[in-house]
Write a protein that binds this ligand. Structure first.
Ligand SMILES: Nc1ncnc2c1ncn2[C@@H]1O[C@H](COP(=O)(O)OP(=O)(O)O)[C@@H](O)[C@H]1O
Ligand code: SF4
Ligand SMILES: [Mg+2]
Length: 334
């Protein structure tokens, strides 16, 4: 299967996406370079201003690596990553500074990402000061505004992270992200491991903020239910590849990839425990099978699935798929 041509953001100035990832690969060297682990393989993804997109997949599917490459925290081994019209790897100093303000990252380990010796007020004031977003005298008022935005009481101002609950720490991380007045929030597993009611509160908060402030959001989760609740589009990842991508409602109403269907069965509701696990073990990304990487777990596998490695291709209106024998014939592109 031949991949479809991607628009080149450097020449196509109309409707510039915020992010555009073109055939991105990321390999890690193992055993002193004797083996390679392919964490990302043929990733094609755009993120438009104001939209919310979920990256979904089991642990080890490459979600965090994709986010780190998007944010320039890791270099892609191959392919190109654009932010607006500029390629991340070509950024000058001014562009790097602007990127640091416009793209806020909420780390998977929210507690570990906060300096344990700083108070909440200091943690929230720091990005405001660093990016020169308020006069000095206005900063305490801005801290109060940020606390109110994320639903934290004013009396947490003087506390350090170890004095806060898990839910409060995540709210501080969200407030710190908002302090930069970003255009996009990238959040990695930001609700995982919390009580269900705290998860629901945080999800509501993120959803309201995203809608009210017109922020784009890239939300990483292993949970399709969370993706469905929060995001307009979803990219389903398996072993470093986006195997299905489209509008969340359409993907969940009519999954085309057997893996998406498997995930839907495994995670019926975001607040329910995992009841049915997907059949079989995930192969190692350091030792990918020939042909389709989902083959060992796929009940639709045919002989050609062992020969051909299906890449991500456009199969409908904003719908991408990497499968030789989809659950349904895709609707042709208009
Ligand atoms: N720095 C690294 N060195 C070697 N392997 C890595 C590194 N970071 C991630 N990996 C591997 O890349 C794959 C994808 O990992 P990750 O992006 O963390 O997945 P996810 O976030 O979906 O759980 C995994 O096999 C992981 O072990
Ligand atoms: S290409 Fe074949 S093995 Fe892979 S997901 Fe599709 S049907 Fe299953
Ligand atoms: Mg991760």
């Amino acid at each position: 299967m031949k991949p479809d041509p991607m628009p080149n953001p450097s020449t196509d100035a109309t409707a510039l996406p915020l992010f555009s990832l073109q055939d991105v690969e990321k390999s890690f060297a193992l055993d002193g370079g004797r083996r390679q682990l392919r964490a990302l393989d043929g990733i094609r993804l755009t993120v438009q201003p104001g939209e919310s997109i979920a990256l979904v997949g089991e642990s080890g599917s490459g979600k965090s690596t994709l986010v780190r490459v998007m944010l320039g925290l890791e270099d892609a081994s191959n392919g190109r990553v654009f932010f607006g019209a500029s390629e991340l790897s070509q950024f000058d100093r001014a562009q790097r500074q602007r990127f640091a303000r416009e793209v806020a990252y909420i780390y998977q380990d929210a507690r570990g990402s906060l300096n344990p010796r700083m108070t909440v007020a200091e943690l929230l004031a720091e990005p405001v000061r660093l990016h020169g977003l308020r006069e000095r005298a206005e900063i305490p008022g801005r801290v109060d505004e940020l606390l109110a935005m994320v639903g934290l009481p004013a009396d947490v101002r003087g506390k350090v992270p170890s004095e806060l609950s898990g839910g409060q720490v995540r709210r501080v991380a969200v407030a710190r992200a908002l302090a930069c007045e970003p255009r996009v929030i990238v959040a990695d597993e930001s609700v995982a491991g919390l009580d269900v009611s705290v998860q629901a509160q945080l999800l509501n908060l993120l959803r309201d903020l995203q809608r009210e402030q017109g922020l784009a959001m890239v939300f990483v989760t292993h949970d399709l239910g969370v993706a469905a609740y929060l995001c307009e589009r979803v990219a389903v990842m398996y072993l470093g590849r986006i195997v299905e991508l489209g509008r969340t409602r359409e993907v969940l109403a009519r999954p085309l990839h057997p893996y998406t269907q498997g995930l839907m069965r495994a995670f019926p509701r975001f607040d329910a425990p995992l009841t049915v696990s997907l059949r079989g073990e995930i192969p190692s990304a350091a030792n990918l099978p020939a042909g389709c990487r989902f083959r060992s777990r796929c009940d639709r596998a045919q002989p050609d699935c062992a020969q051909e490695d299906p890449t991500q291709r456009l199969v409908g209106d904003d719908r991408y798929l990497a499968c030789l024998h989809p659950l349904e014939a895709p609707t042709p592109t208009h």
